[in-house]
Every structure is written in structure tokens, then in C-alpha cells.
Design a protein around this ligand. Sequence first.
Ligand code: SAM
Length: 273
Amino acid sequence: MTGFEEMTDAEFGLYQKLIHSTCGIHLTTAKKQLLISRLRKRMSALEISSFRVYREFIIKPENIDEFNLMLNAVSTNKTDFFRESVHFDFMAKKVYPLLIKQREIRIWCAASSSGEEPYTIAMTLAEALRSTVCDVKILATDISTKVLDEGEQGVYAADMVAPIPQALLKKYFLQGQKEWKDYYLVKDELKQWVHFKRLNLMEPFPLSVQFDVIFCRNVMIYFDLETREDLVNRMERNLKPGGYLLIGNAESLSGLKHNYNYVQPAVYQKKAR
Ligand SMILES: C[S@@+](CC[C@H](N)C(=O)[O-])C[C@H]1O[C@@H](n2cnc3c(N)ncnc32)[C@H](O)[C@@H]1O
């Protein structure tokens, strides 16, 4: 479809407010063109040419599915297996040796995108466990239903699995056959640990679990200070005393009021009361 109306600055401001209030993402003015091109795809599908008409459409409660598709279109889902691998070294050296002594291990990956991060957690934990049997649950949540579906499928192209060491790739993935030979499927032994669920970090968490570790990496970067402070404090309530919060390497809790001890860059530990 061609012939879209221009997006005025005032209209952009209304989208900024809507996206910020619902999912915490702060879109700077520099992102206006990006927003326009992403919204146009959804507007084409609905044959809507006006940004105002589209906005009024998605805020109607009965159009929540389209609202979610809009969020899918505007969220940045970049992720990788073993991204910021220093965290997985930290887990292997300091955290897993303690966790594997427990009967239950509960880990929350709070902006899991398409599954690379929770499956990296699962693989590294499986390596630490070896033959020890534990009840393991890794909760993988995201606001975008599109990436959650991808994670649940657990199929990744060869270039996506490139960061995984060969030995682990062989052990935990099945390579496709014939026309699927460039694709890899996560084996059930990892899949059974990882549970994908939609969860908007801006809303109260519908979770009664006390986690051993929470990964919340590379999502707070899009949130303002107040939203970050609120988020890390709510997460703390779902962490066991002594539990760890891991954030992105480009993120930090400095300047926020919180109840964590700093452990190393991007790693915090809930104070034992
Ligand atoms: C850049 S990706 C980071 C993925 C992964 N944590 C990593 O570090 O590789 C950010 C993810 O946060 C999700 N996200 C953004 N706002 C969110 C919100 N309010 N609640 C839950 N997830 C959100 C996006 O959909 C996206 O998948």
C-alpha cells in the first residue's frame, strides 16, 4: 500500500506516550523514521493510511491483538546465544555450583526475546549438573508474542547457532536433514526446562515464585530511570535472599535506590536479610 499520511510531530508524541505508558520503552525523536516504517507495515495489512486512525484503532480494548502486533513491530529483539558470555562464566564458576546442591532451581529470563538467552542458560546449567538430578524451571518471558513463538519452536538457522561451542551444539541440538540441514532444533531435554510466557515488565508480575537468579539484560536500556528503579525493586521481591540479578553490560543500577549488593559489572545480589 502507498499513500500514507505524514506523521506530524504531535502524532509522534502521542505514539511516544502510548508506547512508554504501556511497555516502558522510551522512543527518542531520532526513532521517528524507524517507528513510521515499522507502523506502515501493520497499517498496510489493515489498509489504514492515517497514523491517527491506526492509533485510535489499536487502543480499543477489542483490538488488543493488533495492539500486540504493533508492539511486536516496534520492539527491538536483538539477541544471541552466549551474548555477553562473561555472565555465563560467572554462573558456571559462582552460581551453578551452589544451585546444583538444591532440589529445585528456578531462573527467570525476563526479556527472553526469541529464546537464545534462556536456552544458553539451560545449556550451561545442564553442563554444570552433569548427572545430578534437579527440578529445573527456566521461565522465559517477553512482551512480544512473535519472539515467544520463535523461542517455543526452538529452531535456529546455522548463522544463529554459530556462537555455540561445537560440542554443546552437538549435544543439545538436532541438525535438520535435507532442505533443513542449515537449521538446528533444541533437544527436548533442554526444551522441557524452558517455559515461554508473555509478560509485560511494566505490569504487576503474576508470579508467586522466588527465583534463584533473574536475567534482565538489554531491556532496561530502553526504559527511563524511574521505570528502571521500579522494575529492579519489584524483581527483588521475586528473588530469594542472596539471589542474583544479571543485567546487560551496558546497563547499571547506579543512581537507583535498591536493595542489592554490587558483585561485579552487571551482576547484583539481593541482600540477605
Ligand atoms: C534487545 S532484546 C534483549 C534480549 C535478551 N535479553 C538479550 O540480552 O539478548 C530486548 C527484549 O525486551 C523485550 N521487551 C521490551 N519491552 C518489554 C516489556 N515492557 N516487557 C517485557 N519485555 C519487553 C523486547 O520484546 C525484546 O525481545
